[in-house]
Design a protein around this ligand. Structure first.
Ligand code: SF4
Length: 396
């Protein structure tokens, strides 16, 4: 039994190892530090940088422990997320990357992404990351308007966001993605479309567009509850997404998932694995993993995680839950789900009635124009994408 794995997972190691050996994994590493806290954020992050050395040390030791426990499995996508991974010191980034290379088999690696905050990157840091083998950068731009960025508590302005995209290009990153946010109080439809146009013109190959999602406890929620700010209506938000679905393909960025647009061949391979329900290992506070029938989330309490005391939330999915995840996640993709393969899997697991029930409802939704059947392939229509939250409830 590996001494550095949580006991509840060490007990299940044979099953986890066999899932990890069956096909290449995605490896996600969470860096839970930020210079300041955005007013809408509900991620597991802290401004307490004094915790950084111990947290990174533990992350490196977890990389080694898991690589050894799973038998140095193949990894085909890497993702350094946060928080703000661009706050790693050059020495920390070098050591962490080296630990990953030693502990895992990266021979099938197809993509190595890190997230960066435009307020924290400089050319030297980006060049170093590129030199270590990271080949894709995802920048949290959120909006190109200093007033809106200030409202979100972002540490950067519009000019810095555009400069960071430029620096990433100069550092040799051909794969550059930006995040844009919809639903910020005071943001107009025309402004979102204009920002998307400006970002597309920078030559990025990927754009993620997220709806502002407010946790109960965040400061922006308090401003809204107190009536100091107001959110756009659902109809206004739907209009923005509809307009973007029309405008972005003309700018070369085609939708491939509910919130994601890419130039042909530049879809995020790591994120697509989540929607295809392919295996991944996540390390760091709050990181999630899925190997075989097991899914777990690590403690979000950063000091507890750093000294190995954090509680783990582990779930073992049954056959019906695993089957349901294929359409639940796969219908987020514009190409949809191969229903014939799903039906065969349902037959093999004696879950035909469950599959038949979904199929009937998807045919009903097709009559309402929300779902499209093309032979045995089923997908959501553009209007279905706008109403996906309700539609996908049938698989929960
Ligand atoms: S940069 Fe991202 S993770 Fe950090 S506080 Fe802002 S939203 Fe949260």
């Amino acid at each position: 039994m590996s001494p550095d794995l949580p006991p509840v997972l060490a007990e299940r190691l044979p099953a986890l190892r066999s899932a990890a050996q069956a096909e290449p994994l995605g490896l996600y590493l969470h860096i839970p530090f930020c210079l300041d806290r955005c007013t809408y954020c509900s991620f597991a992050t802290t401004r307490d940088r004094e915790l950084q050395p111990a947290t990174v040390r533990r992350l490196i030791s977890q990389v080694r422990a898991w690589g050894e426990a799973l038998g140095s499995p193949r990894v085909d996508t890497l993702y350094l997320g946060g928080g703000t991974p661009s706050l790693l010191t050059p020495a920390e980034l070098t050591e962490l990357t080296a630990a990953v290379r030693e502990a895992f088999d990266l021979s099938p690696l197809r993509e190595a992404t890190f997230e960066a905050n435009p307020g924290t990157v400089d050319l030297a840091w980006l060049q170093q990351a590129r030199g270590l083998g990271w080949d894709r950068v995802s920048l949290g731009v959120q909006a190109l308007d200093d007033g809106l960025l200030g409202r979100l508590g972002r540490i950067h302005g519009e000019a810095q966001a555009l400069e960071a995209l430029d620096l990433a290009g100069r550092a040799g990153f051909r794969r550059r993605s930006a995040d844009l946010m919809v639903g910020i109080p005071g943001q107009s439809l025309a402004k979102v479309v204009e920002d998307a146009r400006v970002l597309a013109a920078t030559g990025i190959d990927h754009l993620s567009i997220y709806l502002l999602d407010l946790d109960k406890a965040c400061p922006l929620r308090a401003d809204i509850d107190a009536g100091r700010l107001s959110l756009p209506s659902e109809d206004e938000v739907a209009d923005v997404f509809e307009a973007l679905q029309e405008v972005l393909p003309r700018l070369g960025l085609a939708p491939y998932e509910i919130s994601n647009y890419a130039r042909p061949g530049a879809e995020s391979i790591h994120n697509t694995r989540y929607w295809e329900r392919r295996p991944y290992l996540g390390l760091g506070p709050s990181a999630a993993s899925q190997l075989g029938a097991f899914r777990w989330t690590e403690s979000a309490v950063i000091p507890a995680w750093a000294d190995g005391r954090g509680a783990l939330d582990l779930q073992e999915l049954d056959a019906a839950e695993i089957l349901a995840e294929t359409p639940l996640l796969g219908l987020r993709l514009h190409r949809g789900v191969a229903w014939g393969a799903l039906r065969s899997e349902a037959d093999a697991r004696h879950l035909q009635p469950l599959c038949d029930g979904w199929e009937a409802r998807l045919h009903d939704l097709a009559k309402e124009g929300l779902v499209v059947w093309e032979g045995d392939q089923v997908r959501l229509s553009p209007r279905g994408m706008l109403l996906s939250n309700g539609i996908l409830q049938m698989f929960v």
